[in-house]
Design a protein around this ligand. Structure first.
Ligand code: MLT
Length: 206
């Protein structure tokens, strides 16, 4: 389904399994777009509805969800602004698409995982859970939100040249301090996804 103007270019695909209990919010990596993660969403949660926005920041023509100053160094003012902008889009989308009554689970890859983590930390009312694939610590809010019992899956790559194991451990600790139920899966890959990530995320979702 092509969509109405909610401030973000996006795609919404309704559930093909009416019994599916969730909608996936698909958040692409740097240089991606709103169609990129649709197959990943179907592989992780077959039959689930999918809402997939395109990041509005351009870095040398490549869409992202927020500005960065360098690799792994984020423009925190822009990150905060873009996180609220995305949260408001999701709330507006709930007036147009049948999101109510289904859990909203983010599936974010790299830059998309970072804005998903930022959504958890700054707008904890938006997501019911998240699958973060190759995330970093986006920011550290003060005070921490209450993420009691929010399930979070982190897919980390043992050979990731961009996200260090220490960075992953710091994110796990931050989310746990906020009360989230965090599961970490260490796969054999680098910063890119492998089938191992897909299988682990699908098994985690159940
Ligand atoms: C990316 O390439 O997108 C980075 O590794 C993550 C980010 O900048 O948010």
């Amino acid at each position: 389904m092509r969509s109405v103007d909610l401030g973000f270019e996006h795609r919404y695909l309704p559930a093909t399994d009416p019994a599916s209990p969730r909608t996936l919010l698909l958040l692409h990596g740097t240089g991606g777009g709103e169609s990129d993660l649709l197959p990943l969403g179907e592989a992780i949660a077959p039959g689930a509805a999918r809402l997939s926005p395109r990041g509005k920041v351009l870095e040398r023509g490549m869409p992202r969800f927020f500005r960065r100053i360098a690799e792994g160094v984020f423009d925190l003012d822009d990150l905060r602004f873009r996180t609220h902008e995305l949260a408001d889009f999701i709330q507006a989308a709930a007036d147009v698409y049948p999101l109510a009554g289904r859990k909203l689970i983010a599936v974010g890859l790299s830059n998309g995982a970072n804005i998903a983590a930022s959504l958890l930390l700054l707008r904890p009312e938006i997501l019911d859970g998240a699958i973060l694939l190759r995330p970093m610590v986006p920011l550290i809010p003060d005070p921490l939100p209450d993420l009691s019992n929010v399930p979070v899956f982190i897919g980390a790559g043992r050979g990731d040249p961009i996200v260090s194991p220490a960075q992953t451990a710091e994110l796990v600790e931050l989310l746990q301090r906020a009360g989230a139920q965090v599961s970490v899966h260490w796969g054999p890959g680098g910063h890119g996804l492998t089938i191992d990530d897909v299988n682990a995320a699908r098994a985690w979702l159940g």
